[in-house]
Structures are given as C-alpha cells and as structure tokens.
Design a protein. Structure first.
Length: 264
C-alpha cells in the first residue's frame, strides 16, 4: 500500500503541533511497507463508513480508477471543548483542564486542515509500520487523531491539558490522544480512519456487542461491522486497557491508537 500527502494551496498540511507524538514500537518496520501498485484493489464506490463522518469538515473522494481515496478535513470538530474561542457556541469551560496555550484556539488559523490519500482497499500483506509524530488519522468529528506519545516522550507530559474529549490543541491541529468520548464512550461507534486506510472503532465490536477478545498487537481484528453489510473486514478498535490517569482532568483514560499500522 502506498500513502502520500497531497498539499492544498489554501491549507497547511500536517502542521507540527506543540504537543505531538510518536510510537516507540521497535518491532515495527519504518520502511513504509509494500509499495507495489499492482496490489491496489479497485472499488466502485466509497466505503459506507464514510457516511458517518462530519460532512461539514471532512471530504472523501474516490479516485477515477477506484483504487484510492483522497481525504481532507478542516480540522474543526463538531463538539464542545475548552479549545474553542470563548465566544464560540461550542466553547465549554473546563476548570480542570490546563490549556496548552492561551493564545490559540480551534479555528484560529494555526494549520488545522489536513489531507492524505489511502488505498481504497488497505494492503494487509505488507510490513507493519510504526506511528509517527503529528496526524495519524482523521476522526469522524473532523479533528485529527494522534498516537500515545508527546513530542518529548510520554503522554503524561500533557495529561492535564487534555479536554473532556481526550484532545488538546498545541498550538497546531486540535487532536485526540485518548478515546474521544463525544464520538465513542465504551461502545462500538466508528471513530475514524487512519493513514493506512483502516477504520478504527470504539472499545466494543458490533459483531458481538461486547469487547473483542481476538485483537492483534495493533488492536485490530477481522469481523463484520455495522458498515459492511454482513461481510467481514479488518479494522481497529480502541484497546480496552485503562491508561494510568492520575494527572488527567478526566478519567478513565484509554489510548486511541498506539500502533503499529497494519494496512501498508
């Protein structure tokens, strides 16, 4: 699978956030996996899961040959947060949250938009790839997904700055590190799509109505979902393991995705 970024003239792609993250999974291959275009599988329409995305923020376009999907977002979530400007209707006062910065806010023009292109059918035959700094996916809300690390190391460094949605802005893209509770809260809801083209869901699985017990090292498995019309498909889940949250404004905390990617 080949993933690459397509810059837009009117947005800044993947601006570096003050608090960004990377995975330290030493078992993963950073080489980018399988780049053989012959492995691309064509489809005739977008995956049904894209209908769940916030259409005011996220656009998904299937390529003419049906082998790739181009995805772009404004980066603006459709839920409340302390990171909106105080006069915004979605602003929410969160006294327990220590903001990363007082001078930037969602919609403040700090490189929040992002775009990337993925294979329409993820290639699960290549090498696993570790997650890196910055955006590793786009949530259905329109905001970015980050992994379990901060720019200088462990996520605990920024624990107090994460809002009720498990996210913060610092000062670039507003992004989730933890289970995004406005989207999924101990259920099977679709969370978003990652850079390898694989969808990620909440801690439970719609195929069984409970927590999956067959997840691989990435939190993935193959089963039906609410968007596959009875067909089985590989997808990720937020792993149902509580992250130590002694210094978080909200708990319990569940890391959204630590990696590695499987869909390269």
């Amino acid at each position: 699978m080949k993933i690459y970024f397509k810059p837009l003239t009117y947005i800044t792609i993947f601006a570096f956030a003050l608090f960004s993250c990377s995975s330290d999974d030493s078992s993963s291959d950073d080489s980018g996996g399988n780049d053989d275009d012959d492995d691309d599988v064509a489809v005739t329409e977008l995956h049904a899961a894209f209908a769940a995305f916030n259409l005011d923020a996220v656009t998904a376009i299937l390529s003419d040959d049906g082998t790739e999907v181009y995805i772009e977002t404004t980066g603006f979530p459709d839920h409340t947060s302390i990171y909106w400007e105080t006069d915004n209707a979605l602003y929410m006062d969160e006294p327990g949250v220590s903001k990363t910065t007082q001078d930037t806010y969602i919609g403040g023009g700090q490189g929040e938009a992002a775009s990337f292109t993925v294979d329409a059918t993820p290639n699960l035959t290549g090498s696993t790839v570790t997650t890196q700094l910055n955006t590793i996916g786009i949530a259905v809300s329109g905001a970015s997904i980050f992994n379990d690390q901060e720019g200088m190391g462990d996520l605990d460094q920024a624990a107090g700055s994460l809002d009720w949605a498990g996210a913060h802005k610092g000062p670039g893209v507003y992004h989730y590190h933890l289970e995004p509770t406005p989207i999924t809260n101990d259920d099977e809801s679709l969370v978003g799509i990652l850079l390898d083209g694989v969808f990620i869901y909440g801690r439970q699985c719609s195929s069984t109505g409970t927590y999956p017990t067959d997840l691989d090292a990435s939190g993935g498995h193959t089963s039906t979902t609410q968007y596959t019309d009875g067909a089985e498909e590989y997808h990720y889940h937020i792993v149902n393991e509580e992250y130590p949250a002694g210094n978080y404004a909200y708990d319990p905390a569940y890391v959204l995705f630590a990696g590695p990617f499987q869909g390269y």
